[in-house]
Design a protein around this ligand. Structure first.
Ligand code: E4P
Length: 220
């Protein structure tokens, strides 16, 4: 399972990338707005830092605008994946960009039917938003389960990119199902990393070593 970070925050991206944990990045207009500054510079910087796929989202609602934006975004680097919405116009843009060898992440997917159509349009990734489904009183993880079964049945090459992840158990469940990618807000990745027994264990190891050093002042 690949781990993407769902953020445009450069320091979080650098921090987790330095640990070797980041296979790619997903951004969206809200995440860009959260960081402020010049979004084009931020996008260019992310594309430089990360070797893996970086999803950058188009803002147009019409295919022609999406194509123009997508081709421009792709100039930032060969690792740019153009994020198009799961609309008729977005799927048309997906088909055309894919035919030009520009990979597409079809975003805002909320049903298996939509996911099938994204795969048929040639998307490299389709992004089901599980947290927003949960917020809406639906079972987000069940969508991942059903999508995985259908994609396996037909050996679709489109990758399931689990998005709108809210907590570490979402990650565990998505991994058990066999999702291709999870994209995580940095705080969820931080929570995955931490365990109180790790902290206690380390503290005790160091305390015991200090005791040993007191008994044997010559050891380093
Ligand atoms: C996916 O690519 C989106 O950026 C993201 O996961 C949206 O999540 P949210 O529901 O937390 O805004």
């Amino acid at each position: 399972m690949k781990i993407f970070l769902d953020t445009a925050n450069i320091s979080a991206i650098k921090m987790y990338n330095d640990m070797g944990l980041v296979d790619g990045i997903t951004t969206n207009p809200s995440l860009m707005a959260k960081e402020g500054g010049d979004p084009q510079k931020v996008m260019e910087e992310i594309v430089q830092i990360i070797k893996g796929d970086v999803s950058l989202e188009v803002l147009s609602l019409e295919t022609s605008g999406m194509l123009e934006e997508g081709r421009r975004l792709r100039k930032y680097g060969n690792n740019v994946v153009v994020k198009c919405p799961l609309t008729p116009e977005g799927l048309k843009a997906c088909k055309i960009l894919t035919s030009e060898n520009i990979p597409v992440n079809v975003t805002l997917c909320f049903s298996v039917n939509q996911a099938i159509l994204a795969a048929k349009a040639g998307a490299k990734y389709v992004s089901p938003f599980i947290g927003r489904l949960d917020d809406n009183g639906q079972d987000g993880m069940n969508l991942i389960r059903e999508m995985h079964q259908v994609f396996e049945n037909y050996k679709f090459s489109t990758q399931i990119l689990v998005a709108s992840v809210r907590h570490p158990m979402h990650v565990v469940e998505a991994a058990k199902i066999g999702a291709d990618v999870v994209t995580l807000p940095p705080d969820v990745l931080g929570k995955m990393l931490k365990h109180p027994l790790t902290d206690v264990g380390l503290k005790n190891f160091l305390a015991d070593w200090e005791k040993l050093k007191k008994e044997n002042p010559n050891i380093k």
